[in-house]
Design a protein around this ligand. Structure first.
Ligand code: CA
Length: 395
C-alpha cells in the first residue's frame, strides 16, 4: 500500500472514530479540517499532583500520552506537576484563564469557586466508582457538572476514580462513637465536618505533612487514600489500626477540565480524541487502583503487622445520620448545589437496591465461601464470623 493510501485510510479511521465518539454528523467538514490542519497544536495540562504521583499524576501523564499518540502528534499535550507552572490549587483558575488548556485535579478543591463542585468528587455515603460513572454518563450528572463549570469557561470531565477509599489510620481503636471525642484527625472536606459533629477535631494537612504529624502525635488519626498510596507514604509506621470503609469517600472522582475556548477551536476529530482519551483513563484508573490496592493490603497485613478493622455498626450508623444532615445543609446553601445533590441523592437511593442485589450479593456470598473465617460485615446486619455474630473488629 502506498504511503498516500495509508495516510488516507488512517485519516478515515480517525474521522470515523470522531463521528462515533462525538456523535459528529459533519463528516465532510471533519475530513477537510483534518487533512488541512498541518499545523501542530501544543497544549499544556496542569495538575494538582506532584510529578508522577502514583495513580493520580500517572493518570494525567496517560491522558497526555494518549492524546499525543492518537492524534499522530497533531495535538501534543505536555503535563506540568503542581508548582511547575501553577500551584496545586491554582489549576481551576489557570485553565479558566487560558494559561493552560487542560487541568487534572479534584472537584472538591473548588468549593470556593462554586459550592456545587464538591458534589462531583465524592460525598460521605455517596456513590461508588461504577455508580458515579452511571450517574455522570447515563444520568443527569455530566449535564449538571457542565452547568456548574460553564460560567468559568470550563468543560468538566471525569478523569479517573480511586475507587472506595479507606477510613483511615488510628493510633487507638474505635469501639464507639465516644472514641471520636477530642480525636485530632486529618480529614478535609465534608468528612471533616461530619467527624467534628461527633466531637473530633478535623485537621487539614497536605499529603506531604501527614506522616510526620501522625508520628509526632500532632494528630491521632488520618485518612489518605487506600492501601496503595497509604503504604507508599509509610503511614503503617506511625499507626497500626487501619479502618474500613472509607465512608467519607466511597468512590472519589478525579477531574480533567478543558478550556472551552481551546476545545472549540479544535477540529472535530481532535475533539473526539481528547474526550475519548480522558474517558479511557477515567475507566483505567479504577482498574489500576484495584490491582495495586489488593497487593498493598496484603503487604500491610502480612509484612507490616497492620490491624485491619471495620468501624463498628453503631459508629457507621451515627456517621451516616450526621453525613446526611451535613449534606442537606450544604446543598441548601445555594440553588445549584441543591439541584445537583437532589439528583445525585435520588440516584444513590434508586441504585442502591440494584447494587445490593448484584455486586453486593455476589461479594457477600463469595466472601463467605472463600474466606469462611474472615469477618463478614455487611451494611444490613451485624458482623459474623463462621456465621455467628461477632465484633466488627474480629479478623
Ligand atoms: Ca482521601
Amino acid at each position: 500500500m502506498s504511503s498516500r493510501r495509508q495516510f488516507i485510510s488512517a485519516a478515515a479511521a480517525l474521522v470515523g472514530s470522531a463521528g462515533l465518539l462525538a456523535g459528529c454528523n459533519k463528516k465532510e467538514e471533519a475530513v477537510v479540517s483534518a487533512s488541512n490542519s498541518q499545523e501542530k497544536i501544543n497544549w499544556k495540562l496542569v495538575t494538582s499532583w506532584p510529578a508522577n504521583f502514583p495513580g493520580l499524576g500517572t493518570s494525567a501523564n496517560r491522558i497526555a500520552e494518549l492524546i499525543t499518540q492518537l492524534s499522530g502528534g497533531r495535538l501534543t499535550v505536555k503535563v506540568f506537576a503542581a508548582g511547575e507552572l501553577v500551584g496545586a490549587l491554582e489549576v481551576f483558575d489557570a485553565v479558566s484563564a487560558g494559561t493552560a488548556q487542560m487541568g487534572h485535579s479534584g472537584a472538591y478543591y473548588w468549593k470556593g469557586k462554586s459550592r456545587a463542585a464538591q458534589f462531583f468528587s465524592s460525598v460521605p455515603f455517596g456513590l461508588t466508582a461504577q455508580e458515579m460513572n452511571a450517574w455522570l454518563y447515563y444520568g443527569d450528572g455530566m449535564a449538571l457538572w457542565e452547568e456548574v463549570y460553564k460560567p468559568f469557561g470550563l468543560i468538566p470531565n471525569a478523569g479517573g476514580n480511586s475507587g472506595t477509599q479507606m477510613g483511615g489510620w488510628f493510633n487507638k481503636e474505635i469501639n464507639s462513637v465516644a472514641d471520636f471525642k477530642g480525636l485530632k484527625m486529618r480529614m478535609p472536606g465534608l468528612g471533616g465536618e461530619v467527624i467534628q459533629r461527633l466531637g473530633a477535631i478535623p485537621v487539614n494537612l497536605p499529603g506531604g505533612e501527614i506522616f510526620s504529624a501522625l508520628q509526632s502525635g500532632a494528630i491521632d488519626a488520618t485518612e489518605w487514600v487506600g492501601p496503595y498510596n497509604d503504604l507508599a507514604f509509610g503511614l503503617y509506621k506511625a499507626a497500626k489500626n487501619y479502618y474500613a470503609p472509607g465512608w467519607h469517600e466511597p468512590g472519589t472522582v478525579m477531574e480533567c477540565m478543558i478550556s472551552e475556548k481551546a476545545f472549540n477551536a479544535l477540529p472535530a476529530d481532535l475533539q473526539a480524541i481528547v474526550k475519548g482519551a480522558i474517558r479511557m483513563v477515567n475507566h483505567d484508573m479504577i482498574a489500576e487502583f484495584t490491582m495495586r490496592n489488593q497487593k498493598a493490603l496484603h503487604d500491610l497485613e502480612k509484612q507490616h503487622g497492620v490491624k485491619v478493622k471495620f468501624f463498628p455498626e453503631e459508629v457507621m450508623r451515627e456517621l451516616k445520620k450526621v453525613s446526611e444532615a451535613v449534606l442537606d445543609e450544604e446543598a441548601a446553601k445555594d440553588p445549584l448545589s441543591a439541584k445537583v445533590w437532589a439528583s445525585q441523592k435520588a440516584f444513590r437511593d434508586s441504585v442502591t437496591p440494584w447494587t445490593d442485589m448484584a455486586e453486593g450479593a455476589i461479594i457477600r456470598s463469595r466472601s463467605s465461601l472463600i474466606r469462611p473465617n474472615a469477618r463478614q460485615c455487611s451494611s444490613r446486619s451485624s458482623c459474623r464470623v463462621n456465621g455467628q455474630p461477632a465484633s466488627c473488629n474480629a479478623r
